[in-house]
Design a protein around this ligand. Structure first.
Ligand code: F1P
Length: 358
C-alpha cells in the first residue's frame, strides 16, 4: 500500500533516517563508557590483518569499515560478502597468517553471516568478532566477542541508521586501537552537529526528487566513499525499485558512461582527497547531458559549476569522520523517490527483513 506524501512523516523508515544524529550520539556514548559493549579482540600489541564480512547493506558497510580501519590504523583490512567466505574459503587467508575477522549483521540472524562466523572461528581458527543491533542472536553465539548496538536497531525493513551507527562504531574502535583520540572526538562532534543539518538536507532532497523523474541512477565514490556509493545504490533500489548502480568514480569513464542520458541521475560523493579528479568526471557527465548531484562537505566554485544539485553537509572534521553522514542524502533520495512512485519504503517489494536460508 503506497504512503501518501502527507503521511510519510509517520513512516518508520523516514523517522529512523531523521533519528540518526541522536542515535549516533547514544551509540558513541555507550562506546565511551564501555558499558554493554565488548571491545573487538585484537589487543594493542597484535598487528593482524582484518577481514570484515557481511551481506547486502552489511557488506557495503564492511567495505567502508575496512577502508576506514586501514586508513586509521595502518593495518591491512579487506571486505568480503559472507557468501564468498562460504564458497571460496581460500580467499579469506590469501594475504596473512594473523587474520582477525569482524562479521557484521544488523539482525544477527542472516544465515550466510552466521555460517561465515562459524566457518571462520571453528574451521579456520580465526578470532572472530560480531557487530550487530540485536541481543542474544545466533551471530553472537558464534563469535568470540560481539558489539551489540541496541540503540541503532530499526523496525523498518531497509537498513539506514543501523548502517551508519555500526560504521561510526567500527571507526571509533579503529581510532581507539590506533590511540587516535582526536578522531574519536571528531566523530562525537560530527554526531552532535549533524542534528542541525538533517532537516534542511531532507527538504532539499525532497524538492529535487519532486521536480525530477529519472530512468536510472548512478552513485560514484573513491576510497572509503566507494562503500558509501554501493550502499547508496542499494538504498535507491530497495526503496524505489529503480535501476541503480555504483562504481569507483574514475572507473565510470571506462565504459559505463555509455548509459548517460538526461534521464540519468549521477550522484558523486566528492571527497577532499580525490576532489579534482572527481569533479573532472562530474563535468564530463554533465556535458554528456546527465543530471549531476554532488554530495560533499563544503562545495567550491568548481563543484557548483559541475553540479545540477549540491548537497552540502557543512560539518567539522576530516573526510573520514564524515563518511557516515554522506550516505544520508541518498537514503532520503531513495525514500522520496519511492514515495513519489506510489511505493511504500516501509514495505519494499520482494524483500524480507532478514534472509534466512534452510
Ligand atoms: C542484511 C540484509 C540487508 C537487506 C535486507 C536483507 O541484513 O541483506 O542488508 O537490506 O534487510 O538483509 P543483516 O545481516 O545486516 O541483518
Amino acid at each position: 500500500m503506497a504512503i501518501k506524501p502527507t503521511e510519510y512523516p509517520q513512516s518508520e523508515t523516514y523517522k529512523e533516517i531523521l533519528s540518526q544524529s541522536e542515535v549516533w550520539q547514544s551509540v558513541l556514548q555507550e562506546l565511551k563508557q564501555g558499558k554493554s559493549v565488548e571491545r573487538l579482540p585484537g589487543g594493542k600489541n597484535r598487528k593482524p590483518s582484518w577481514l570484515f564480512v557481511g551481506c547486502g547493506t552489511s557488506f557495503y558497510l564492511a567495505e567502508a569499515a575496512a577502508n576506514s580501519w586501514t586508513l586509521l590504523t595502518g593495518e591491512p583490512a579487506r571486505a568480503l560478502p559472507a557468501s564468498e567466505v562460504l564458497l571460496y574459503p581460500g580467499l579469506t587467508r590469501l594475504d596473512a597468517t594473523d587474520v582477525q575477522a569482524v562479521v557484521i549483521s544488523r539482525s544477527g540472524r542472516t544465515s550466510e553471516a552466521v555460517r561465515a562466523a562459524q566457518v571462520l572461528r571453528k574451521e579456520m581458527h580465526v578470532p572472530t568478532a560480531g557487530v550487530t543491533c540485536a541481543e542474544k542472536t545466533a551471530l553472537e553465539a558464534e563469535c568470540d566477542s560481539t558489539l551489540v548496538l541496541r540503540a541503532a536497531d530499526e523496525n523498518s525493513m531497509v537498513m539506514t541508521r543501523s548502517f551508519t551507527s555500526m560504521l561510526i562504531s567500527l571507526q571509533w574502535l579503529a581510532a581507539e586501537h590506533a590511540g587516535n583520540m582526536a578522531f574519536s572526538r571528531s566523530l562525537e562532534i560530527m554526531a552532535t552537529q549533524f542534528a542541525a543539518r538533517i532537516r534542511s538536507l531532507a527538504e532539499q532532497v525532497e524538492d529535487f526528487v519532486v521536480g525530477h523523474s529519472f530512468e536510472d541512477y548512478v552513485f560514484l565514490g573513491q576510497g572509503p566513499f566507494h562503500g558509501v556509493a554501493r550502499e547508496a545504490a542499494l538504498k535507491v533500489m530497495e526503496m524505489s525499485c529503480s535501476y541503480s548502480q555504483s562504481f569507483h568514480t574514475l572507473e565510470f569513464r571506462h565504459g559505463p558512461k555509455a548509459i548517460v542520458t538526461p534521464q540519468t541521475a549521477l550522484t558523486f560523493f566528492v571527497s577532499d582527497t580525490g576532489q579534482q579528479s572527481e569533479v573532472e568526471v562530474m563535468e564530463e557527465m554533465k556535458d554528456l547531458g546527465g543530471v549531476t548531484i554532488a554530495v560533499c562537505n563544503k562545495a567550491n566554485e568548481s563543484i557548483r559549476k559541475a553540479s545540477g544539485l549540491v548537497l552540502e553537509l557543512n560539518l567539522p572534521g576530516d573526510e573520514l569522520a564524515l563518511l557516515a553522514p554522506h550516505i544520508v542524502p541518498s537514503q532520503l533520495m531513495g525514500f522520496f523517490t519511492g514515495v513519489g512512485k506510489g511505493l511504500n519504503p516501509d514495505q519494499p517489494k520482494n524483500l524480507t527483513r532478514v534472509v534466512v536460508l534452510d
